[in-house]
Design a protein around this ligand. Sequence first.
Ligand SMILES: NC(=O)c1ccc[n+]([C@@H]2O[C@H](COP(=O)([O-])OP(=O)(O)OC[C@H]3O[C@@H](n4cnc5c(N)ncnc54)[C@H](OP(=O)(O)O)[C@@H]3O)[C@@H](O)[C@H]2O)c1
Length: 271
Amino acid sequence: MRHAGTMAQPPIEMTDLPSASTPDQTQTHAGCVILVTGATGGLGEALSRALARGGATVALHGRVVRKLEALYDAIVEAGAPEPAILPLDFDKADSQAYADAAAGIEKQLGRLDAIVHCAGTLRRLAPIEHHTLEDWMTTLRVNLAAPAALTRALLPLLRRAPAARVIFTLDTRGHDPKAYWGSYAAAKAGLEALVHVLADEWENSPNLAVTGVVPGAIASPMRRRTHPGDDPTRLRTIDSLLPLYQALLGPDGERYRGRIIDAQAWLPPGA
Ligand SMILES: NC(=O)c1ccc[n+]([C@@H]2O[C@H](COP(=O)([O-])OP(=O)(O)OC[C@H]3O[C@@H](n4cnc5c(N)ncnc54)[C@H](OP(=O)(O)O)[C@@H]3O)[C@@H](O)[C@H]2O)c1
């Protein structure tokens, strides 16, 4: 329950979204180079495979080389364009590591059309007494500072793209924080602020569009860790979210610059 005097957050935008019945987007990314962070996670892996199926060259980011190589092999075996892998531990990376990552993408792939930020970590759901300084620092680094630093490092490449997109994956608890979500809620709130900051900074850069997506509850590894009692059959699937990300990466995505999109409101009932 909110205390008297607490200001309600404005609702996440739900109107004028790309339609959930948008036809198959799978061939719209041919020739594009798209970086997906957290490509070894639930959402990141599914999205990376879908984008590769659609003809994109995907730069797969993760922190465990073995997992990245397995995904690389699967994408190549499926006959999709050869991806690249970008191993980088966001909890340990410094400015030089981000500069090196950007230089590596430029050297290996020559261009970058989009970044989809899916990487994230949630250390614990608990009262603040149980959130150590180390928890705070890791969560803020991985969920907030890393996406900002990576976007900054890759900006020169994005500026050269004809229609660059940057999509941040947010969280309901960043928009509407509640007890026990601690550093995760604070980091995701910061990421939501970053969407607005970049939209404002890029107002006069017509080829740069930034959008935030709030997935809501989805059946994924992170959700299993935070809500072990959930019945996954009652949750939206990861796959049901993919057409939204694909639409935002496609020609219509520019219309959603600076917007925070509620994926659950966008999805058709029962998806
Ligand atoms: N699941 C939900 O219901 C839900 C709801 C709202 C928002 N979200 C957001 O959606 C995004 C994807 O969620 P998910 O459920 O797919 O999460 P997930 O399966 O836990 O995947 C998280 C990804 O982030 C990577 N990662 C974690 N710590 C890292 C670090 N220190 N350095 C580099 N990469 C790191 C993981 O790498 P490893 O494979 O090495 O662990 C993995 O690839 C997250 O940003 C999450 O906050 C999820």
